[in-house]
Design a binder for this molecule. Structure first.
Ligand code: FAD
Length: 332
């Protein structure tokens, strides 16, 4: 085990072409804040194949140091190769903590890594801070079916590990690239990788809905009353150049597909503008959209909890208000 540092690591997951996945860049944002509070460096760990583009992205988004593991065996994620590489790096450099995106791969990797290192893991976090009393990371995540937000400390183990939902944090601003790059010559022999990806099959019926990348989202809930009710939501989204989202109630009713669902068991989004129509504002819905820049709520119930986090609110029937908004925006 190397000498313990106060450095904070962020895993930068890569695509097969060596480019960076968004969440690894987003996490440099809270990473900067936590590293500064802990008095350590912000380190981006890039694992993949032909990763120059990802390394550059990490540099211009504020990493102090970038540790790179590059090899053909890392082109596609495998539990064995990624666990071996990260366990090696974490033992060698001994940072205080590491943030991993809660992507399908990150959700597989985090628990495996924590077992390998005998440390803890807080999964699926939606907020991060430093506990002033102990200096540990305070990891916040939904608990008890999303009915409360639990703050978890991991006082006795190092490194502190956590997975963080994509879309919760905004990418940091672009800055001058001053990162020190450390290339680690680490390879995993083929016979130690026990899984092989044979084929990727895209689900034929799956609709591609890029909610996480959308700047404007117009969402409908149970208040839209049926699949037909989503027509007014779509029209408003269209004139704004936005994407249609939905609450789980609307998805469970079968009015719209799950790929549109925002919230704890749907997608986490952070658009510039989020318009919630006929959505009450249950905590599980808020978990997926509360970091939006501007929130507008349209609800006929003055006491609906959504108004508690909305920047602007319309109290009234969405079937009157939404078409009026659409018409006014068309005229503008
Ligand atoms: P409701 O709560 O029924 O609210 C409908 C609202 O529409 C009301 O406020 C009403 O006043 C308003 N309304 C009705 N008619 C009109 C009208 N004509 N004009 C204007 N307003 C009108 N929910 C999610 O959204 N996403 C999740 O990912 C999610 N995950 C969950 C995970 C777990 C483990 C659990 C237990 C629950 C989860 N839920 C999730 C469900 C969540 O608890 C709520 O049940 C759900 O968000 C409610 O959806 P809603 O606001 O559309 O419906």
């Amino acid at each position: 085990m190397g000498t313990k540092t106060k450095d904070l690591w962020v895993l930068l997951e890569t695509n097969e072409d060596g480019t960076a996945k968004n969440v690894g860049i987003e996490l440099l944002n809270p990473g900067r804040r936590l590293a500064d509070k802990q008095g350590g460096k912000l380190v981006s760990v890039v694992i993949g194949c032909h990763t120059d583009a990802a390394v550059k992205e990490a540099g211009v988004h504020g990493a102090d140091q970038i540790i790179v593991v590059d090899g053909e065996e890392f082109r596609r994620y495998t539990t064995d190769a990624y666990t071996a590489a990260l366990a090696h790096l974490l033992k060698k450099h001994a940072p205080t903590s590491m943030l991993i995106g809660a992507t399908p791969n990150g959700r597989d990797l985090g628990p495996r890594l924590s077992c390998r290192l005998g440390t803890g893991l807080t999964a699926d976090c939606t907020a991060l801070d430093i506990d002033e009393a102990s200096g540990n990371i305070a990891w916040t995540r939904p608990a008890f079916g999303g009915n409360l937000m639990a703050v978890i400390l991991c006082p006795d183990h190092r490194p502190q590990l956590g997975t963080v939902r994509p879309g919760v944090f905004k990418k940091p601003d672009v800055c001058e690239d001053r990162a020190e790059i450390i290339r680690e010559d680490f390879h995993v022999p083929a016979d130690q990788i026990r899984t092989t990806l044979l084929e990727t099959i895209r689900e034929a019926s799956a609709e591609i809905v890029d909610l996480e990348g959308a700047d404007i989202i117009v969402s409908g809930g149970r208040g839209v009353g049926g699949a037909e009710g989503f027509r007014v939501i779509r029209e408003l989204a269209d004139v704004l150049g936005g994407t249609v989202g939905a609450s789980r109630a609307a998805v469970d009713e079968g009015w719209i597909s799950h790929s549109h669902q925002v919230g704890q068991t749907g997608k986490t989004v952070g658009p510039k503008l989020y318009i919630a129509c006929g959505i009450s504002g249950a905590i599980q819905h808020l978990a997926g959209m509360s970091s939006s820049d501007v929130i507008v709520a349209i609800n006929k119930d003055f006491d609906a909890p959504i108004f508690g986090i909305a920047d602007y609110g319309f109290v009234g029937n969405l079937f009157e208000i939404v078409p009026l908004l659409t018409d006014e925006i068309k005229k503008a």
